[in-house]
Design a protein around this ligand. Structure first.
Ligand SMILES: *Cc1c(COP(=O)(O)O)cnc(C)c1O
Length: 381
C-alpha cells in the first residue's frame, strides 16, 4: 500500500525528502494519552526529536506539554500553541539569553543541571523580579543499554547533578531567594528498549526521594525524562511502542508521595516511526565484495548511522525484481561514514529506483545539515 501510494504520489517530487505519516502520529498520541491518563501522568513532548511546525501542532492538539533544550525551542513551542505552564526547559548549557526567554514566558520549570546554573538563574530571575520554578536534574547513575553516545545517566556523563553534591545544593538553595524548588528530574538516555533499565531508574528515584525526605523535602513533581526506544529492525511490526507496559512499570515501581505528580519527556517514541526518508538511487557501482547503491540522500539528511552506527531499515520501493543482490547503500557525501548499511540484501536495484529509509521521524530532519553546500531536505505530510 505504502509503496504504490508513495510512488504514484511523489514520482515527480524532487528527492530526497522526508515523508511524515500524520495518521500514525495521531494514533500514537491517542495511545500515549490513553495509557498515561490511566495514572494521571503528564507527558511532555521532547521537541529536539522533531520540531517541524505541522508535527508540533499535531502533538499540541493532543494536549501534551513540551520539553525544550534551547531558547529557540521554547519560542517555537509557544508559537505552536503549547501553553507556557506546560513547558520544561532542560540542558547543561543554557545561556543567559535562553534563561531569560524561559523567565519572560513564565515556563513551568527549568531543569537545572549544576550549582553554577542555579546561581545564574537566581540572579537573572532577581533582575526581572520573578521567582523561577526549578527541578534538580539528578544524575541517577543508572546504566541504560543503549549506544554509548546516547547514555546520559552515568556519573561520568556531563549531565545532571551528582548525588554527592546534593548536600551542597540544598545549602545553596537556602540562599537563593528567586528560585523555587518544585521537582526532581531524571533522564537516563535514549533508544532504551529494555524496560529493565527503567526499572533500575524507578528504584534509584525511590532511594533519592528517601534522601530528600530525610532532609524534610517533598517536591511536588517528579520527572523521569524520556528515552523509550522504537523498533528500528522491524518498524512495520511495531509502528507504535509499548506505551502501556512503559507507563504501567512506573505505576508499579515508583513510590510517589501523595500529591506528587509524575512527568515524562518522550521524543523518539512519539515521532520516530512516523517519518520516512525517501531517496533515489543515482548509481549502482561494482565493488569488490558487494555493489554500492549510491543514493541521493546522505548523512546531511540522516546523520544517525554515521554518528552512532544506527541501523535504519532500507527498502527499495520501485523494484519488482525477484532477483536479490547485496549492496552497501551509501550517500554522496565525501565521508566514508556516509553509509546507511553494509551488504544489505535488496531486490536488484537500478538507477532511478525510490528507496525508503524507515524510522526517521526522530533525530532525522532536525539534525540535517548543509555540509557540502547541500540543500536542506523538504518535508511532505
Ligand atoms: C532528549 C531528551 C529527551 C527525549 O529523549 P527520547 O529518547 O527522544 O525520548 C527527554 N528529556 C531530556 C532531558 C532529553 O535531553
Amino acid at each position: 500500500m505504502f509503496h504504490s501510494e508513495i510512488i504514484e504520489r511523489f514520482k515527480d517530487t524532487p528527492t530526497p525528502f522526508f515523508y511524515y505519516n500524520l495518521d500514525l502520529l495521531k494514533e500514537s498520541l491517542k495511545i500515549v494519552n490513553e495509557e498515561s491518563s490511566k495514572y494521571g501522568y503528564h507527558v511532555h513532548y521532547a521537541l529536539k526529536a522533531n520540531s517541524n511546525i505541522e508535527i508540533l501542532e499535531t502533538i499540541e492538539a493532543y494536549g501534551l506539554g513540551a520539553d525544550c533544550v534551547s531558547g529557540n525551542e521554547v519560542t517555537r513551542a509557544i508559537s505552536c500553541g503549547f501553553p507556557s505552564e506546560k513547558i520544561a526547559f532542560a540542558g547543561v548549557g543554557k545561556s543567559d539569553e535562553e534563561i531569560n526567554i524561559g523567565l519572560e514566558n513564565d515556563i513551568f520549570c527549568f531543569n537545572c543541571e549544576s550549582i553554577p546554573e542555579l546561581i545564574v538563574i537566581d540572579e537573572l530571575a532577581q533582575k526581572k523580579n520573578k521567582i523561577a520554578n526549578i527541578a534538580l536534574r539528578i544524575n541517577p547513575n543508572v546504566e541504560a543499554n543503549t549506544h554509548y553516545y546516547i547514555t546520559t545517566g552515568l556519573e561520568e556523563n556531563k549531565f545532571g547533578i551528582n548525588r554527592w553534591e546534593l548536600e551542597e545544593v540544598l545549602e545553596i538553595l537556602k540562599t537563593l531567594k528567586n528560585i523555587n524548588l518544585i521537582g526532581l528530574h531524571f533522564h537516563i538516555g535514549s533508544q532504551i528498549t529494555d524496560l529493565n533499565d527503567f526499572k533500575g531508574l524507578c528504584l534509584r528515584v525511590n532511594e533519592i526521594q528517601e534522601w530528600f525526605y530525610d532532609h524534610q523535602i517533598i517536591v511536588d513533581h517528579i520527572n523521569v525524562g524520556g528515552g523509550l526506544g522504537i523498533n528500528y529492525e522491524n518498524p512495520e511490526e511495531e509502528p507504535i511502542p509499548d506505551f502501556k507496559s512503559y507507563f504501567k512499570l512506573f505505576h508499579d515501581l515508583l513510590d510517589l508521595r501523595p500529591q506528587q505528580e509524575l512527568h515524562f519527556e518522550l521524543g523518539r517514541s512519539i515521532v520516530g516511526q512516523c517519518g520516512t526518508l525517501i531517496s533515489k538511487a543515482l548509481y549502482i557501482k561494482k565493488g569488490i565484495k558487494t555493489n554500492f547503491a549510491i543514493i541521493d540522500a546522505g548523512m546531511t539528511e540522516l546523520i544517525r548511522p554515521a554518528l552512532y552506527q544506527a541501523y535504519h531499515k532500507v527498502e527499495n520501493l520501485t523494484s519488482l525484481a525477484k532477483e536479490e543482490e547485496r549492496y552497501d547503500v551509501v550517500g554522496p557525501i565525501c565521508e566514508s561514514s556516509d553509509c546507511f548499511g553494509k551488504a544489505l540484501t535488496l531486490p536488484k536495484t537500478s538507477r532511478g529506483d525510490l528507496l525508503a529509509i524507515h524510522s526517521c521521524g526522530a533525530y532525522g530532519e532536525v539534525m540535517a545539515s548543509q555540509y557540502n553546500l547541500r540543500k536542506l531536505p523538504k518535508a511532505i505530510y
